[in-house]
Design a protein around this ligand. Structure first.
Ligand SMILES: *Cc1c(COP(=O)(O)O)cnc(C)c1O
Length: 376
């Protein structure tokens, strides 16, 4: 049996029950279950507002669009981001006609606060922070720097459903936090996400903008009067970014199991660390103090990573790489060679299989195989 990096495990009967409710009610879109998951997520994560989206990618773009238009940022203004992320994070910056500037990472593989400070200029407006693999890295320092310099902090929490820092779920203190509920993330649906603002005004504007800019307050007012359903106001150009009730039904099921699943992921991580046994040729990414990680990933660093990866494949072990340094892509090559730590990590990191059907026996087999390979 091969061991894949990610294998989603859905609670099929419970998901189908929730989806059946939507179908029988004849309500598969916005509203109904999307409102339920928003409320449930706020309660779970201790956040004042949450708006359900069709993806995290949409949310990152929406967040920057909202701040840019609210504060009148100019085209070409700078947003500091990380080169070690899924391209969604950096595409959002370019899609908004802003300029991505890359800060290097530290040994947590998250943005290094010292390099972040060095990259701030008079045109810097915001920071995109990615909690890689569920790790918070030096988030608190980054938040402090953003406050000091008047920068908006957008937390790309795609890996962080269930991550707590000093006992508090992440997302309450950034200017905007965006979660992913994509199929291989910790809270799995097929595709969806959640955008969370600390303030009611931006939450209300986000709701308007994810439905083409239509003001649903006037909509619900006229609906409640039973007429003039078409008499809504369109106040600004928006997008079609909201989530739907089918995805929300799946999210509600996954949320019920999130803490249990994440506890198992942390158990897998503990087994990995134990069975790797401090092998000096295999670097384990350190977890930040006070971070109870969602453990979306278990990453190690090895020399000759590509060869190690191929050799593991021969044993039917299929790890992943998170991520290729984004400045190696032609699109972001204007910023090549500015983040040496990220470039080095990009050539060394390996994400070991991490999902609910990996067993301790699998972990032992993966670790023994890996130790053999790096010795060769
Ligand atoms: C998965 C991922 C995204 C995109 O999430 P979607 O919900 O698939 O749009 C963004 N950033 C990071 C770091 C991710 O891993």
């Amino acid at each position: 049996m091969s061991i894949q990096l990610f294998t989603p495990q859905f609670r099929v009967d419970e998901c189908l029950e929730g989806i059946r409710e939507c179908l029988e009610k004849g309500w598969t879109g916005l509203g109904f279950k999307t409102l339920e998951i928003e409320k449930a997520w706020c309660e779970y994560a201790g956040l004042p507002h949450a708006h359900f989206l069709n993806s995290n990618t949409s949310g990152l773009h929406l967040a920057l669009h909202m701040f840019k238009t609210e504060f009148g940022w100019a085209d070409g203004d700078e947003v500091i981001s990380t080169p070690l992320t899924f391209v969604s994070t950096n595409h959002a910056v370019v899609q908004t006609n802003l300029m991505p500037v890359f800060a290097d990472v530290d040994d947590s593989l998250c943005i290094d606060p010292a390099d972040l400070e060095r990259k701030i200029t008079s045109r810097t407006r915001a920071v995109m922070y990615v909690g890689l693999g569920g790790n918070t890295g030096r988030y608190a320092e980054v938040l402090r720097i953003c406050r000091q310099h008047g920068l908006k902090l957008i937390l790309d929490a795609a890996h962080m459903a269930g991550t707590r820092l000093n006992g508090q779920h992440v997302g309450a203190d950034a200017d905007c936090t965006v979660f992913s509920f994509q199929a291989v993330k910790n809270l799995a649906t097929a595709d969806s996400g959640m955008i969370c603002f600390p303030d009611a005004e931006r939450d209300a504007r986000a709701r308007k903008l994810t439905w083409l800019g239509i003001n649903k307050d006037t909509y619900s007012r006229t609906v409640s009067q039973g007429a003039y359903k078409w008499m809504y106001e369109v106040e600004e150009i928006g997008f079609k970014y909201h989530g739907n009730s089918i995805m929300a039904a799946m999210a509600l099921v996954s949320l019920r199991y999130l803490d249990r699943d994440n506890a198992y992921r942390r158990q897998l991580a503990a087994w990995y660390e134990q069975h790797l046994g401090g092998d000096p040729l295999i670097g384990v990414i350190p977890m930040a103090d006070g971070c109870e990680s969602s453990r979306h990933l278990f990453q190690v660093r090895v020399a000759k990573r590509d060869q190690v990866l191929m050799a593991l494949n021969e044993f039917e072990i299929y790890p992943g790489v998170h991520y290729r340094d984004n400045t190696e892509y032609r699109l972001y090559s204007h910023a090549a060679n500015q983040c040496p730590q990220a470039s080095r990590a990009s050539a060394e990191v390996l994400s070991l299989p991490m999902h609910m059907s990996v067993t301790e026996k699998d972990v032992r087999f993966i670790c023994d195989t890996l130790k053999q390979i790096v010795l060769r």
